[in-house]
Ligand binder design. Structure first.
Ligand code: HPA
Length: 273
């Protein structure tokens, strides 16, 4: 048996001992978006550092726990805080928790992140449903030997974000009057924010927003055949007319302000699954 499968079995065994209920939906909460958890009935919260083979989160604003709970009758597991490549983890480490959630039994993966807007129609605080991504400026987490038990060597990426989930989200957005933009997410490693020339380039290459997460997690999910839905909260604008300086604090503040809308959307979507 392969090392990764052995590790995943150990991880899942440890988690099931604490929380035997099978979650249906996996959720990853981005920078400044952890308050979603205040709205759910929490059944267990397991710090990452206790979970065998999990990396440990270090960034401000990231709580670092796998949280099990329910929303109405739906069992969920949420990552309060995620692992980023810029923290020094390998791309494979970044996606390990996604693999673990898939093996715990989730049937859909909901991702959220804070991102810089490059589409001139965007404002700070907008929600952008990710309908595609550009991953060429990140490290592919499937590099290296492929384990066929997890997925194929050359996964198709023509539809990384699930059209059915996007359709449901559009309907929920319309019903709840949540303005929902749509666009392409450009993945970068960070940790620097982009230069003005880079933001301009990213827009010209066909993206609407840029961020330091999500792409690797989506690739891992697609590799395993797990449907993905993802939303960016636009926390800053990289376009030329906007102020030049972007700070992590501003990003957290903007994400916090937009959080109630994101939370409402995620909750309704989970209930509708
Ligand atoms: N660039 C990259 N990542 C980000 C940004 C940005 O402007 N804002 C929030 N995360």
């Amino acid at each position: 048996m392969s090392l990764i499968i052995d590790q995943l079995k150990e991880t899942v065994g440890f988690i099931r001992n604490i929380c035997p209920a099978v979650p249906e939906v996996g959720i990853v909460l981005g920078s400044g978006l952890g308050n979603f958890l205040k709205d759910i009935i929490v059944e267990a919260s397991i710090p990452y550092e206790d979970i065998p083979h999990f990396p440990v989160s270090t960034v401000k604003g990231h709580k670092g726990a796998l949280v099990f709970g329910s929303i109405q009758d739906k069992k969920i597991v949420a990552m309060a805080g995620r692992f980023h490549f810029y923290e020094g983890y390998t791309a494979r480490e970044v996606i390990y928790p996604i693999r673990a959630m898939q093996r715990l039994g989730i049937k859909n993966l909901l991702l959220s992140n804070a991102a810089g807007g490059v589409n001139p129609d965007f404002k700070v605080g907008d929600l952008m449903m990710i309908n595609d991504h550009i991953s060429l400026a990140t490290v592919n987490p499937l590099l290296g030997p492929n384990d066929e038990l997890l997925g194929r060597r050359f996964p198709d990426m023509s539809e990384p974000y699930c059209p059915k989930l996007m359709a449901k989200a559009r309907a929920i957005g319309a019903a709840l009057k949540i303005p929902l933009k749509e666009g392409v997410y450009f993945g970068v490693t960070g940790p620097t924010f982009e230069t003005r020339a880079e933001y301009k380039m990213i827009y010209r290459l066909g993206a609407d927003a840029v961020g330091m997460s999500t792409v690797q997690e989506t690739i891992a999910a697609v590799h395993m055949g797990l449907p993905v839905f993802a939303v960016s909260v636009i926390t800053d604008l990289g376009i030329e007319e906007s102020p030049a300086v972007i700070t992590h604090e501003e990003v957290l503040e903007a994400a916090g302000k937009a959080e109630p809308l994101l939370t409402a959307l995620f909750k309704q979507l989970i209930v509708a699954l």
